[in-house]
Design a protein around this ligand. Structure first.
Ligand code: PMP
Length: 392
């Protein structure tokens, strides 16, 4: 059997393109943050993770340019060897202070942070316990580790306790879950999960890719719940509120030092480039200087949740600037996406396996830099198109 046979048989994406129904890999010609251009058409961007709108902030852009002038375009090597800059360590110190943990370690992406951290910690006799809605990078990190994987139904405390109770007391255990779930915009029930983990001797790691910079006055989901001294590890990324690329893990000094010397996705990969390091540092500075941005994106989240609910859409349990419009059917989701796109609104259709069957949804997400006028136009368009298609 030719190993390429499956590729020849895979025509789904090409068929969808032919039918004009392909909502992925859309090449944008311009991106001004809240508005983008596609083939001469202007769209309001409601599908980006640029929560604080900092990708176009003058201080963040300037920091990236200055770093290129000073350090060049790449570190051309791993953190472990030639690729550590003093700027990487400065970023780690500032992040540790921002999240309220002893120490942090910066990786080249959030994906690599989860792959490296989870696989380094979960050895042969250990068990990693995951929420069924966890991000793919957590699942893949767990698969890379040599330990056992257990999963519990999304935010289901009873199921989680049953799973924890069934595990051998002598095994090392770690629970890993998103803080703000990336697709449905709801929060991990940390005030219940953390004591449960302690009761059964499990450590807790929170992936706060989406909550950092948004919740807890920007300090993240764990800070939002006042649990910083109870959670063992906090992970986040620079590809969202930090308007850059990269990721980090925060925790106790000895644990971070162990990860630093065992995480293969960091040791065997080139370090985060100077421009991205500098823009992440600048974004952190803007978070300190302009807290009104953090307030604004939260206000917008509430406005949009209320707006969609009053139009009659099902937004699940979102209470954040990530607002899902649950549709529950692949074809309806694609039809809705296409009509919204043609009417100037960019959103992301999400079908299974990214979400459970029956939960197919339109993922919408908002930025502090969206204007009220843009947001009202988005709601008006959703309402009009949603009625035309019989979704509401
Ligand atoms: N964790 C979560 C919850 C995410 O949503 C993402 C990115 N979508 C990542 C990790 C990976 O981050 P990055 O884009 O920096 O690789």
């Amino acid at each position: 059997m030719d190993i390429f046979q499956k590729c020849l048989e895979y025509t789904e994406a090409r068929d969808a393109i032919k039918q004009g129904f392909y909502p992925y890999f859309i090449p944008l010609n311009e991106n001004e943050g809240t508005e983008v251009m596609y083939k001469g058409q202007r769209l309001i961007m409601c599908g980006s993770n640029n929560y604080l709108g900092l990708t176009t902030h003058p201080k963040v852009k300037e920091a990236a340019k200055t770093a290129i002038d000073r350090y060049g375009t790449s570190c051309t090597g791993s953190r472990f060897l030639n690729g550590t800059l003093a700027m990487h360590e400065q970023l780690e110190h500032e992040l540790a202070e921002w999240v309220g943990m002893e120490s942090t370690l910066v990786f080249s992406t959030g994906m690599q942070t989860n792959l490296g951290t989870v696989s380094a910690l979960v050895g042969r006799d250990d068990i990693v316990i995951l929420d069924k809605d966890d991000h793919a990078s957590i699942v893949d990190g767990a698969r890379l580790g040599y330990g056992k994987i257990e999963r519990y139904r999304h935010n289901d405390l009873e199921h989680l306790e049953r799973v924890l109770k069934s595990l051998p007391a002598e095994s090392g255990k770690i629970l890993v879950m998103d803080g703000l779930f990336s697709m449905e915009g709801d929060l991990a029930d940390l005030p219940e999960i953390v004591p449960l983990a302690k009761k059964y001797g499990a450590r807790v790691m929170v992936d706060d890719a989406h909550g950092m910079g948004v919740l807890g006055k920007g300090h993240g989901t764990v800070a939002h719940f006042g649990l910083t001294d109870q959670v063992d590890l906090i992970m986040s990324t620079f590809s969202k509120s930090f308007a850059s690329l990269g990721g980090f893990i925060a925790g106790k000094e000895e644990v971070i030092d162990y990860i630093k010397h065992h995480a293969r996705s960091m040791i065997f990969s080139a370090s985060i480039p100077p421009s991205n390091t500098a823009s992440a540092l600048a974004a952190l500075q803007v978070m300190r200087e302009e807290p009104e941005r953090i307030q604004r994106v939260n206000d917008i989240g509430l406005k949009m949740c209320e707006g969609y609910k009053s139009l009659g859409f099902d937004i699940g349990r979102s209470v954040t600037p990530v607002v899902p419009i649950i549709i529950g059917d692949d074809m309806k989701t694609f039809l809705f996406w296409k009509a919204l796109f043609e009417n100037g609104v960019f959103v992301n259709p999400v079908i299974s396996p990214a979400v459970a069957p029956g939960h197919q949804l339109m993922r919408t997400s908002y930025m502090a830099s969206h204007t009220d006028e843009q947001l009202d136009k988005v709601l008006e368009t959703f309402g009009r198109v949603g009625k035309e298609l019989g979704i509401i």
